[in-house]
Design a protein around this ligand. Structure first.
Ligand SMILES: *Cc1c(COP(=O)(O)O)cnc(C)c1O
Length: 398
């Protein structure tokens, strides 16, 4: 039996053709395909500016830089995310803290955020930036987070790495209606891919310009941003700050342009698969992903929660049975604060109990556009069979 990954890309002959076309062109990087890709994403998101970079990690970093995050500042994010959502603040020398998750959506809990903000205001330790993460492709409650941002004076970066093609209150994720900047990832397991790649969107022209400068060494070619130098010398560019080489290539952007044309189809197919899981798992003693009525998910992930008290099995037993059957389920995520590096910063087990409970119970089932109905049936059958062992003595219920 062939292995079934939890996620993978869908590359069409047209995608390949688009990349080959750039390979035959004069521009492999810094050419015309990057602005085309940026424009397509900006139009899709109903946002003024889009800045393409070589990963979402880079996008998160230049987003923090553009917002002026530095030593002495505090940045808060969700513990249930990929480490990049919080590493970006550490790159800037800031201090990171976390806000526990909502037990239904697994996104940053608005109630926990509000209560932490109240304490922080009293203690003079308010965050400069909060980074809500749209886990699995389901938007956070941005309306409420945006209101808290105004009330407490912090800035917002949406980590929408999972969520291009998703909607919140009928509008596209990435429109930055309740945030300063939104970040997308185009890693192959995500909704669309450019190999490696990311994008930052914003409606603020100054933030857009700052991110463009930070992605290319801190160099500008814009007259008005340069310092005066003698007319006798040629100054067609200047380094005005310290940045990085975070540029996307035109090769990647060509794949991005081609994949954007299929975004709607990808998300529709992900919904079909998720709906099918929803019906097939309805009668099983596991918790299916709950959807907030304000959201239309891009369904990057379909995590189920396996609780010993519901099904008599430990998460590990179900997880290992899947792996043994060649079904490469995964776990999203180990809470960031539990990683050794973060524990050395002072975090410990018990700090964010909902995120830790989720870590002990969740398993992400395979979900990707090219997944066949037969493959999905295999996943469902293995789960049904495993859960049917309920009540039998279990070896390692830990
Ligand atoms: C994938 C991911 C990232 C990092 O994306 P890259 O493009 O691989 O740098 C950041 N945040 C979240 C939530 C992700 O899932």
């Amino acid at each position: 039996m062939h292995p079934i990954p939890y996620g993978r890309q869908d590359i069409s002959p047209q995608d390949i053709e688009a990349v080959v076309e750039v390979l035959r062109s004069p521009w492999l990087t810094q050419g015309p395909t990057i602005p085309r890709f940026e424009q397509l994403v900006a139009e899709w998101c109903h946002v003024a500016h889009a800045i393409a970079v070589n990963s979402a990690t880079s996008a998160l970093h230049i987003a923090c830089m553009a917002l002026g995050v530095g030593p002495g500042d505090r940045v808060w994010t969700s513990p249930t995310t990929f480490v990049a959502s919080s590493n970006c603040a550490l790159y800037c020398g800031a201090t990171v803290d976390f806000v526990d998750i909502d037990p239904r959506t697994y996104n940053m809990s608005v109630a926990a955020l509000e209560s932490k903000l109240r304490d922080a205001e009293a203690g003079g330790t308010l965050p400069k930036v909060v980074i809500p993460v749209h886990l699995c492709g389901q938007s956070c409650e941005m309306d409420a987070i945006g209101r808290l941002a105004k009330r407490y004076g912090f800035r917002v970066i949406e980590d929408a790495s999972h969520a291009i093609g998703a909607q919140y209150q009928g509008a596209p994720v990435g429109d930055c209606r309740h945030s300063d900047i939104t970040v997308f990832s185009f890693h192959p397991v995500k909704i669309i891919t450019t190999g490696e790649g990311g994008m930052a969107t914003t409606n603020d022209p100054d933030l857009a310009e700052a991110m463009r400068v930070h992605r290319t060494h801190g160099i500008t070619g814009k007259r008005e941003a340069m310092e005066a130098r003698p007319e006798s010398e040629i100054w067609n560019y200047q380094q005005v700050s310290i940045g990085f080489n975070y540029r996307m290539t035109d090769i990647s952007a060509a794949l991005g342009v081609s994949q954007m044309r299929r975004l709607e189809e990808f998300v529709a197919r992900r919904h079909e698969i998720a709906d099918r899981y929803d019906s097939a798992l309805e009668k099983l003693p596991v918790i299916r992903p709950w959807q907030h009525p304000d959201t239309w998910s891009s369904y990057h992930l379909y995590p189920i929660r396996v609780r010993h008290e519901d099904c008599g099995l430990a998460q590990r037993e179900v997880y290992e049975t899947f792996l043994g059957e060649g079904i490469l389920v995964n776990l999203h995520y180990i809470p960031v604060h539990r990683h050794p590096y973060y524990e050395r910063l002072g975090f410990q087990a018990g700090d964010f109990p909902e995120a830790e409970r989720y870590h002990r119970e969740s398993i992400s089932l395979p979900l990707f556009p090219t997944m066949t109905t037969e493959d999905q049936d295999r996943v469902i059958a293995v789960l049904e069979r495993t859960l049917a062992t309920k009540g039998q003595p279990v070896a390692s219920a830990g």
